[in-house]
Design a protein around this ligand. Structure first.
Ligand SMILES: Cc1ncc(COP(=O)(O)O)c(C=O)c1O
Length: 456
């Protein structure tokens, strides 16, 4: 480990004694001491006491500017006043009925107004949304196979827990990657039904269709791959994928769990002007509450109405979450909010670019809607196998360095990206950039030393 990274981790350990103690206490009761594997990292995770707007406090009382925002689920910021008000009002009127009420129709209408869809079904997590979208696609087409991109994350159900972060010894040919289970417990039979293509490679996708004629139910794609930092689709990629699906009788599923709220008001569909068959939404549409949806044209959703494909859930459309979602759509994700966030993000990305240049870092900064990332790589990544080259130690140095200076620059993990919320201000962006200005020279030194060692 580079000496400067070691120093940052020591500083983190000195500042966050209460997080350490809380983690020690949790370890006997939960695997890794946490409730989602993504929340566990070395030496131990930061424990949070409370949050408001664009800021969080840890157990030791330190304040941080929060650009993690719950893995991008809080474009509304923490405790947005409109969301809190809507939820408080609903709390006293019953928290769940297991029977229909009018808020669900109202929210479905909001979604239909923004996305190229006619009907919606709700759930509670991105995992549910992609799982039901895939089942529906299988039900509509009568086919079993699903094509996903290597390195893409679509939640934790079996069909998509394949080739999420495959290792080089298993991933196979770059043009025709092997399906690699991302967890124990994924049945071998599942692997036969999940086909893998590299992102941004239309020839590979076409070949997979050719070798599996009339067998592919759907292509599921995150329009901007946001589980390898930020990986933009090349011009035309999504439209050609669209056409490929149409030609082959398969459905195109846009996993817009992240992009749905954060790329534009109408998500990636609007941003790239491409109409998928199914759209999956979650994260930032809920304003801090567990809200998800999958949506499509009526002719597709009809399979549910005809009782040919099943969808259900006790917690679906509980009125508290629906009230939060309505507040988000009507009062938070407004055209003005997108303007403001795009402006702040441009400032943050441009500021990063200047600091990277000034310090001679081999890295680049990129943004998309409310998201951005600093990638420690020499050129824009095109796919998962480019991203795997990112220098992890250097990234950890960056992350702990920023956290020690009061800025959580993004979720922990080098495959993530920052989110800007409606609560962030120009001054917050300045502080983010000040922290990076402070960290960058040591990062550049560490990188040069690393390059020198590799060259020897
Ligand atoms: C693109 C994408 N799809 C699906 C999911 C799964 O969402 P959830 O964690 O709500 O199940 C995630 C979560 O990070 C995601 O980024």
């Amino acid at each position: 480990m580079h000496a400067e990274l070691q120093k940052e981790i020591e500083t983190f350990e000195k500042r966050t004694r209460k997080s350490y103690a809380a983690h020690q206490k949790a370890m006997p009761y939960m695997p890794l001491g946490v409730s989602s594997n993504f929340r566990s990292y070395e030496p131990y995770p930061l424990f949070i006491r409370d949050a408001q707007g664009g800021k969080v406090h840890d157990l030791d009382g330190h304040e941080y500017l929060d650009f993690n925002l719950c893995f991008g689920a809080l474009m509304a910021g923490h405790c947005h006043p409109a969301v809190v008000k809507a939820v408080q009002e609903r709390l006293h009127l019953g928290t769940m009925f297991g029977m229909p009420h009018e808020l669900e129709r109202e929210l479905a209408q909001e979604i239909c107004a923004r996305f190229p869809v006619e009907q919606v079904r709700f759930g509670n997590s991105g995992t549910e949304a992609t799982m039901h979208a895939i089942r529906l696609a299988r039900g509509v087409t009568g086919r079993d196979k699903v094509l996903k991109m290597e390195g893409a994350y679509h939640g934790v159900h079996d069909t998509v827990m394949v080739s999420v972060k495959p290792k080089a010894d298993a991933w196979g040919d770059p043009k025709s990657p092997n399906p690699v289970p991302a967890s124990g417990g994924v049945p071998a039979a599942t692997l036969q039904n999940t086909l893998i293509a590299p992102f941004n490679d239309l020839a590979a996708a076409e070949k997979i269709f050719a070798t599996n004629p009339k067998e592919i139910a759907a292509v599921i794609v995150e329009p901007v791959m946001m589980n390898v930092g930020i990986c933009m689709p090349e011009p035309g990629y999504l439209q050609v994928l669209r056409d490929l699906c149409t030609r082959n009788g398969a459905l195109l599923i846009f996993d817009e769990v992240k992009t749905g709220a954060k790329l534009a008001r109408g998500g990636a569909c609007e941003y790239f002007k491409v109409n998928p068959d199914l759209v999956c939404l979650a994260k930032s549409i809920g304003g801090g509450f567990p809200l998800a949806a999958f949506a499509a044209k009526k002719s597709i959703m009809d399979k549910i109405a005809e009782h040919k494909v099943f969808h259900a859930g006790t917690y679906n459309t509980n009125p508290v979450v629906m009230a939060a979602g309505l507040a988000v759509f009507r009062e938070v994700l407004t055209p003005k909010a997108y303007e403001q966030i795009n402006r702040l993000n441009t400032k943050l990305v441009d500021g990063h670019k200047q600091i990277i240049k000034k310090n001679g870092l081999t890295a680049y900064s990129t943004g998309a809607g409310a998201n951005g990332a600093m990638l420690l790589y020499s050129k824009p990544i095109r796919n998962y196998r480019d991203w795997i080259e990112v220098d992890v130690d250097l990234w950890r140095h960056y992350w702990f360095g920023m956290v020690n200076r009061g800025v959580i620059p993004q979720p922990y993990w080098w495959d993530e990206q920052w989110t800007i919320s409606v609560a962030h201000t120009e001054a917050d962006i300045d502080r983010h950039l000040e922290a990076f200005t402070d960290v960058a020279p040591a990062l550049a030194r560490a990188q040069q030393e690393h390059f020198a060692t590799v060259a020897q």
